[in-house]
Structures are given as structure tokens and as C-alpha cells.
Design a protein around this ligand. Structure first.
Ligand SMILES: [Zn+2]
Length: 272
């Protein structure tokens, strides 16, 4: 899986690199992965895509959607581009070789999707549909009244982490980007939503908007890699890179804990 800022960066780079080129060969499921989801038989991907032209890519929730002559590739996976002659990784879940050289490679870490659908075909995953029905937090439609409605419609007993990063409530906002959003809002990941003051709700809304945009503007997070294998330029404040180091604001040592099926990072000084 990837998250919204990195999906946005990857989509932009795909547009600069492979858009307009034709697909020579597709290899799907070469290294079977228990949590790699395909639509139908991955062995059919080659026949469905060969000879077709790659058009525009765009981020949608935590996926990169690539238009390909009457088809769509919907990729929620780490994506890399390799130039002609570059050594390809031995393991991958999707390899798209380009006419004239070069290849797009998708690999799944924990879990992720590699859908290939024709026009009018449904993607039969509920999470995928949910993520498309709601506005992206990077758009103007995701405004303060909309955010307040999201809070009202959800249970007040949800923790801040569960509110932000479960049920596709905010498309593409996952457990990675969540950490710096909550730190910026000065809210602990375990805080119950019903205990937030009006001011804190405002801080949380602002943090969702500004932190995600900063991550996009700076080429993704420094814990993730872009299409060319470079780490992103956004320096994470709370992540595996900073755990055990002092908080840049208050100097308290940044902690890591397991919570709700993933790690949380927090500063006990800033996030009460
Ligand atoms: Zn702090």
C-alpha cells in the first residue's frame, strides 16, 4: 500500500516518464504475494495490455490510476521505473515493459492492489469504492464544514488515529502520514475524538490539509521512495527515522508503540 502524498508524486513522475509510450510485455504475479490483489487472472494481464498506449496517470486515494487505451491500471504498490539496460529487481508482482526500452515495476510490501480493469468494469473491492466516493483531502471540497460533518457522523469514542486512518474516511490517509498530522495538531493518537475541544478540531483539520500538501510539495516522505528510487524530500518528524531522538519542539524523546494494527509514534511532551 502507498498513501496519498506518495501516490500523487508517483503519478506525476509516471506522466513524465512513460505516458505516451506503448506496452511491450506484461508479467503479473511472478513472485506470488499473499496480500497482492489482482482483478481476475493475473496471467491474462499481458493479453489485456500488450500493444496499448499508456496515457495519463493520477493519484486516487492511496493508488495510482493509469489510463491505458480503454483500460485502467490501479496500482496501490511501490512503483519504480527502470531505464533500458538497468538491472530489474528479481522479485516483483507486476512488470510492465515498454516498447523502445524501460520498465515499470510494482512490488507489494505489506499488502496492496494491482488492478487491471476495462472501461465500465467494476472494481469489486469495497474499500476501493469507498475511497472514490469521498473528496480527497488535497481538494477544496475537503473544507472545514465537510471535516466537521465527518466527525459528527463518526463515533465519538473513536481514537484520533482510528478516525483519521480507518474505513477510508479520508481517502489515501493511512498510518504513515497520520503521525506527523497528529503531532502538528498536538493531539495524541489515542485521544478520543469526543474529548477534542473546538480549537483542537480546528488544529486537526488544518494539520490534515497542510501536512499532506507539504508532503506532496516536497516529493513525498523521507521514509518512502519515488519512481526513481530516491527518498522523498519531506523530513518526517515522527517516523522510524526519528524514534528515540528528541522532539524538535520540546526535546522529549519520540516514542513508538503498537496500536490498532500498526505502530504509532508520538511525543508525550507535545501530544497529551
Ligand atoms: Zn514535543
Amino acid at each position: 500500500m502507498i498513501e496519498l502524498p506518495e501516490a500523487t508524486v508517483l503519478a506525476g513522475q509516471i506522466n513524465q516518464t512513460v505516458t505516451g509510450k506503448r506496452i511491450k510485455k506484461v508479467t503479473a504475479n511472478q513472485s506470488p504475494h499473499k496480500f497482492a490483489w489482482y482483478t481476475g487472472d493475473p496471467a491474462a494481464y499481458h493479453a489485456r495490455l500488450v500493444g496499448k498506449t499508456i496515457h495519463a496517470a493520477a493519484a486516487s486515494a492511496g493508488e495510482v490510476e493509469i489510463q491505458v487505451d480503454g483500460m485502467r491500471l490501479i496500482l496501490g504498490a511501490a512503483l519504480r521505473y527502470y531505464d533500458a539496460g538497468e538491472k530489474l529487481p528479481p522479485k516483483h508482482q507486476l512488470l510492465v515493459e515498454i516498447e523502445g526500452g524501460g520498465a515499470l515495476v510494482a512490488t507489494i510490501q505489506m499488502w496492496g492492489c494491482l488492478f487491471c480493469v476495462g472501461e465500465g468494469e467494476e472494481v469489486g473491492f469495497a474499500d476501493y469504492r469507498l475511497g472514490r466516493e469521498r473528496p480527497s483531502p488535497l481538494t477544496a471540497a475537503f473544507d472545514r464544514p465537510y471535516f466537521d460533518d465527518l466527525i459528527r457522523e463518526s463515533s465519538g469514542s473513536l481514537s484520533a488515529k482510528a478516525f483519521l486512518a480507518t474505513e477510508q474516511r479520508i481517502p489515501g490517509l493511512g498510518n504513515g502520514v497520520l503521525q506527523d498530522i497528529l503531532w502538528t495538531a498536538r493531539i495524541h493518537p489515542k485521544r478520543k475524538m469526543e474529548t477534542l475541544s473546538g480549537g483542537e478540531t480546528g488544529q486537526l483539520y488544518q494539520a490534515v490539509k497542510t501536512v499532506l500538501q507539504a508532503m506532496v510539495n516536497q516529493g513525498g516522505r523521507d521514509t518512502e521512495r519515488d519512481l526513481y528510487g530516491r527518498v522523498g524530500g519531506y523530513r518526517t518528524i515522527l517516523s522510524k527515522n526519528t524514534v528515540g531522538t528528541p522532539c524538535p519542539v520540546c526535546g522529549t524523546i519520540i516514542k513508538k508503540e503498537a496500536y490498532l494494527g500498526g505502530s504509532i509514534y508520538f511525543c508525550e511532551g507535545c501530544q497529551k
